[in-house]
Design a protein around this ligand. Structure first.
Ligand SMILES: NC(=O)c1ccc[n+]([C@@H]2O[C@H](COP(=O)([O-])OP(=O)(O)OC[C@H]3O[C@@H](n4cnc5c(N)ncnc54)[C@H](OP(=O)(O)O)[C@@H]3O)[C@@H](O)[C@H]2O)c1
Length: 336
């Protein structure tokens, strides 16, 4: 399978490392031999139709700061030229999330689909803003769009709902979908103020330099959009979500909740009446009440009751493993 990687930061590089460590096993167990035929970052590109040498690609990124350093004197192509022109079956979209207009990822995805490439996307931006139309475009061009890494990192939340529960009808779900805010709220439960907990999250590398995406609930809302579309068959985008972040949660809110045997969690809720993200009191005995950076989602189904899936919600290698899962699924669906 020929693959183009667009964006070679934490996730893109983790994917390359994962392929290096799993190549024999991937062939033996799944009959697939992925070849990275092109890779693009913000400053350059590397192209090799027989397949890039991944060790050399990682070394070029490390020492020269760009994949463009892979081949001396090579011509520089931008991401859209590479996606459009290079022959490949799959494009991996791993550029930074932009929840304002989804770019550059939306253009990467639409260009890939129009040139008949399947897309694996870890970027929430395009899906949060235009999920229904991207699925339509994929169907129109006869390609698959997969995005396991956008929700739950390596924890297969979307697959659990879509596959394991497919014999039943999911009527609602609720979940903790953002590890950073869960970490901050967990620290507040231990007595730290919001500011001190936020400082701690930044020091540990859990919070972005601009933490608004997390603390204002945008990240959780984007994941809620993806789940509502994929799991519940809704046709919704970010503007359909009611969103309240955690910036106004005080230490006394958290203490009062604890006295009632509850914890305050940033909960994303989807049922027939509501689609919202908001700080909510959750009973400490509820399996969804996880601490630290963990994510958890409880699905309620018509006949099988409630099931909760818990796991780490982010991380380069975890997300890369979700992308590999998508790649194997595309292989099984299209090349058998
Ligand atoms: N990190 C995680 O744990 C995690 C988990 C789940 C999902 N995600 C999502 O995965 C995506 C990537 O995350 P990351 O942590 O790998 O980010 P990152 O380390 O910032 O890497 C982003 C990469 O995109 C490249 N890029 C930016 N604009 C580009 C353009 N126009 N054309 C081509 N490449 C471009 C950057 O190039 P330069 O290297 O030249 O700057 C960089 O290589 C994000 O959407 C993120 O939300 C991340």
């Amino acid at each position: 399978m020929r693959v183009v990687i667009v964006g070679f930061g934490v996730v893109g590089q983790s994917f390359a490392k994962l392929l290096l460590s799993r190549s024999a096993d991937l062939y033996n167990r799944h009959g697939i031999k992925p070849r990275i035929v092109a890779c693009v970052d913000n400053s350059g590109s590397a192209i090799a139709p027989p397949g890039l040498d991944l060790k050399r690609l990682l070394e070029a990124k490390k020492t020269k700061g760009t994949v463009g350093g892979y081949e001396k004197g090579s011509t520089k192509f931008d991401s859209l030229q590479v996606i459009d022109k290079v022959d490949a079956e799959v494009m991996l979209e791993c550029t930074p999330t932009n929840l304002n207009d989804g770019e550059p990822a939306t253009s990467h995805i639409t260009t890939a689909m129009r040139s008949h490439k399947h897309v694996i996307c870890v970027n929430k931006g395009p899906l949060a803003l235009a999920f229904p139309s991207l699925i339509e475009l994929a169907n129109y061009n006869g390609v698959m769009l997969r995005f396991s890494g956008t929700v739950g990192g390596g924890t297969p939340i979307l697959e659990f709902a879509k596959r394991c529960l497919k014999g039943d009808r999911i009527t609602s779900f609720q979940g903790i979908l953002n590890g950073t805010t869960n970490y901050i709220l967990s620290k507040m439960e231990q007595g730290r103020t919001y500011d001190s907990a936020m400082k701690d999250a930044k020091e540990k590398g859990y919070a972005e330099a601009n933490p608004s995406l997390d603390v204002d609930g945008f990240d959780a809302a984007a994941k809620l959009v993806i789940m509502a579309n994929w799991v519940m068959g809704m046709k919704v985008t970010m503007k359909d979500i009611q969103r309240t972040g955690i910036v106004n949660v005080t230490l006394s809110d958290v203490k009062n909740a604890a006295e009632r045997g509850n914890a305050v969690k940033l909960l994303a809720v989807c049922d027939s009446r509501q689609l919202h993200v908001a700080p909510t009191e959750v009973a400490k005995t509820d399996p969804i009440c996880v601490d630290g950076t963990l994510n958890a989602v409880t699905f309620s189904s018509e006949h099988s009751g409630q099931q909760t899936i818990i796991g780490r919600g982010a991380g380069g290698m975890e997300t890369a493993s979700a992308m590999l899962r998508d790649l194997i699924e595309i292989r099984e669906a299209t090349f058998s």
